[in-house]
Design a binder for this molecule. Structure first.
Ligand SMILES: [Mn+2]
Length: 327
């Protein structure tokens, strides 16, 4: 890390052009890392620019809008030095990766994914630490090593990267919390970060979820909570929602002009203890109703012809068998 910091500080002091680049469909961890590192290098004297290959994820677009930042999409590769962040290989850069290979500028790789041998050969500096839960934590350490200060907004961006890559700290390591602590000291605005990471919800989806909940028909089968509901769209989302709020098995169906569609979800626990497989059940149902069906054990769907009432009857009968406790 020290060596890498010295190398980057030297390049910055010489006022070098540096392009900090991250992978396509860039997530908040990637864009936060690219933008914060770029800003720090610029404060140290570099002419650095942040860029991304092809596109940004929706949540990243939200994040940048919230913090008034921009990142160049498919930037020109003019810089003599290119730093890749959160990007383990050139393949994650699409066309830009091919151009990079041809132009062959000096390359630095700073990453937290599995190391890629070919990149090790290609890079002048290869700094990959797989044990880091997020690239943002790596960048935080690098900023410290560079002797630079983070602005409160820079700290907030890195926190957004950490929250996003750790799925709200589910995959956090002990050291993640040390990083968060030091970001808080640098002036993070946690509320603002959380707000920026929330995607505006589709109003029609919200109405659909409420309708699905309203139309629930609840049955107890061998002590298990089985629910059925009707909805013309978002059936899969609705079934997931019904399992989340308490169902063991949730089936959401629709019927239109003699065509039926069913989507099912089940709790993990029930799949394990009873060996229930919704994919098989939906396949059976698809055949029964002149259509097709299938999927995973816990998430499956079917479509066919007939009446929803008939499909329901069939389902309840099948579940009577399949939810029977094992002797
Ligand atoms: Mn990452």
């Amino acid at each position: 890390m020290k060596e890498l910091a010295n190398f980057l500080a030297g390049a910055a002091e010489r006022g070098q052009q540096i392009l900090v680049l991250c992978h396509h469909n860039a997530d908040p961890d990637a864009v936060a890392s690219a933008i914060v590192l770029t800003e720090v290098l610029n404060r140290l004297g570099a002419r650095a620019k942040a860029g991304v290959s092809e596109s940004l994820s929706l949540i990243s677009q939200n994040l940048l809008r919230a913090f008034g930042r921009e990142i160049a999409i498919n930037p020109p590769l003019e810089a003599g030095l290119v730093v890749l962040v959160d990007t383990s290989s050139l393949e994650h850069l699409g066309k830009l990766g091919e151009q990079l290979e041809q132009k062959a500028p000096k390359l630095v790789v700073i990453d937290h994914h599995r190391p890629v041998e070919a990149m090790k050969q290609l890079a002048s500096f290869y700094f990959v630490q797989e044990e880091f839960a997020s690239e943002s934590e790596l960048i935080l350490q690098l900023v410290r090593e560079l002797g630079a200060e983070l602005t409160p907004e820079g700290a907030s961006l890195l926190l957004a990267g950490i929250i996003s890559d750790t799925a709200h700290f589910r995959f956090a390591k002990d050291q993640t919390f040390e990083a968060v602590n030091s970001l808080i000291k640098a002036g993070v605005n946690y509320r603002r970060v959380l707000e920026a990471l929330r995607l505006p919800e589709d109003p029609s989806k919200r109405v659909a979820m409420l309708k699905a909940a309203q139309r629930v028909e609840l049955r107890r089968i061998h002590g298990r909570l089985v629910v059925l509901s009707e909805l013309g769209s978002f059936e899969g989302d609705a079934a997931s929602m019904l399992v989340r709020i308490g169902a063991d098995v949730a089936i959401v169906g629709s019927e239109e002009k003699g065509r039926i569609r069913l989507s099912g979800r089940a709790r993990q626990e029930i799949l394990k203890t009873l060996g229930l497989h919704l994919g098989e059940l939906m396949e059976e149902l698809g055949k029964q109703f002149g259509g097709s069906g299938g999927g995973h054990a816990g998430a499956a769907s079917m479509n066919g012809e007939g009446e929803l009432e008939e499909a329901k009857k069939y389902l309840f009968k099948a579940l009577q068998q399949k939810l029977k406790p094992k002797e």
